[in-house]
Ligand binder design. Structure first.
Ligand SMILES: [Ca+2]
Ligand SMILES: [Ca+2]
Ligand SMILES: [Ca+2]
Length: 130
């Protein structure tokens, strides 16, 4: 299996436990990001929602295969869904404002630094006069 997986698989059982996944990510994350209180929930959420298909708390061979050999169609479909959901003015493009308005869809996809500029929840939704 892939070297990245071998690195993560601390107890060499061929599966990646959520703890092994988080430990590995933590080891490659720089210090400023580690202090972000959203760091752990974001990555735990990603693990549970996207990687661990059968929700048993670890990634087996099949799940690892899907993760490491991503199906492009699946990703395109997901991107398309996100764009159509969030594209308020239907110009086929997502502006930063549109992304911010659909905070909940994009939260787990974008790094915490991206969100620092908005302070979600406190942002007023303004419509510019034409
Ligand atoms: Ca393991
Ligand atoms: Ca699993
Ligand atoms: Ca748009």
């Amino acid at each position: 299996m892939d070297e990245a997986v071998e690195d993560m698989d601390a107890n060499n059982d061929g599966k990646i436990l959520i703890q092994e996944y988080l430990d590995h990510l933590f080891s490659v994350t720089d210090e400023t990001e580690r202090e972000d209180p959203n760091w752990k929930p974001t990555h735990e959420g990603h693990f549970n929602d996207y990687l661990d298909k059968n929700n048993d708390g670890n990634l087996d061979r099949e799940e690892l295969k899907e993760w490491l050999i991503p199906s492009y169609n699946k990703h395109e479909a997901e991107a398309y869904r996100l764009i159509t959901t969030a594209d308020e003015d239907k110009d086929g493009d997502l502006s930063v404002q549109e992304i911010a308005q659909h905070f909940d869809h994009f939260y787990s996809l974008l790094p915490p630094e991206f969100w620092h500029q908005f302070q979600p929840g406190q942002q007023e939704t303004k419509h510019d006069e034409l």
